[in-house]
Design a protein around this ligand. Sequence first.
Ligand code: GLA
Length: 380
Amino acid sequence: MASSGHLANAQTILSPGRVNLLGEHVDYNDGPVLPVAVDLTLTLEFSPLDTGQITLHALDLDKTVSFSLEELGKKIDLDGQPLPHFALYPAGVAWACQQAGLRVSGMEASYTSNIPIGSGLSSSAAVEVAFARAYMALGRWDIDPLTLVKLTQKAENDYVGVNSGIMDQFAVMFGQQNHALYLDTATLDWEAVPLPADVAIIVADSLEPRELAGSDYNDRRSACQQAVSALQQSLPEITSLRDISPTQYRQFAKDLPEKIRMRGQHVVEEIARVEESVKLLKAGDVTGFGKLMIEGHESLRDLYEVSTPELNALVEIALAQPGCYGARLTGAGFGGCTVNLVRDDQAEAFIQNVESQYAERVSKSAKLYHTHATQGAHLI
Ligand code: GLA
């Protein structure tokens, strides 16, 4: 049974979810991404324990587990049982910090979140980044947030075992109110790009579980690597799809196996879309930006093949509503959510119409959220 979540002398961290406006499946191809931290939030309360153990109360799951900081590599609890899946994220971040020579001290932590789980809104990155900040606060060390982001990505890749890029943890850490984050995943240079004040970010959750997402995700990663290897025969200087323009790609990718060619084409064109979209956002051209989102969705649907009938229906219904500039699936795909840019004064009508028209069309329900760009994980 989990505790009530009120710990003595606790500190509190708020950690947001994220949506990605453009730049999907490019963070593992050295390309640029454009995520936004949104105000769906994980709340983590934590206080020190002097036992060399971590006790987690996952309030939403009503589960508690304790594990030793000396046996993190074994992924077991105090009774020697395998850690439950939810505990791998906090344990993995502690492990990654230790690997980097940082002292992690004992802690009792309880957390709850209104970020839908497994919906492509980075609920797990929100947990990882929150715990990284908590370990830093209790361990009394101070490292720069980008290094902390890299440690959380290492936890996800090497401890949890999901081969994701850096976008999610970056967005959760660096989110800024009313801004999207342009991140070059090759150099890790980034810039906050102001979002127009009168535009709402509406997230639509298809409520479809993302089964097989891990293996499909890895399959797409490997297709991109295969495209690079094949193209290196004509273009030996390239190291990633980031190094090729869409024009070059058309010229050199003609003879690739069809699926590999399609995956690579999505990536090189998506990279070009992100670069263009940032210029449009800065110029206040939301209509032009929305068109690129629509193109991005079509490319994820037809070339990268990570959309679903439900996500396609959500996008089509959204685009038929007044005041909708753009709509696309967001995150890895294979289920999960769409993101929609909608005129603020049409947002509530948009939510009602999409929910009811979706239910009529696919006989399932979707859940829509009116979100705002918000600040990254922080102590309160
Ligand atoms: C998941 C991964 C990210 C990124 C997206 C697709 O969210 O965690 O690193 O690859 O998919 O853009």
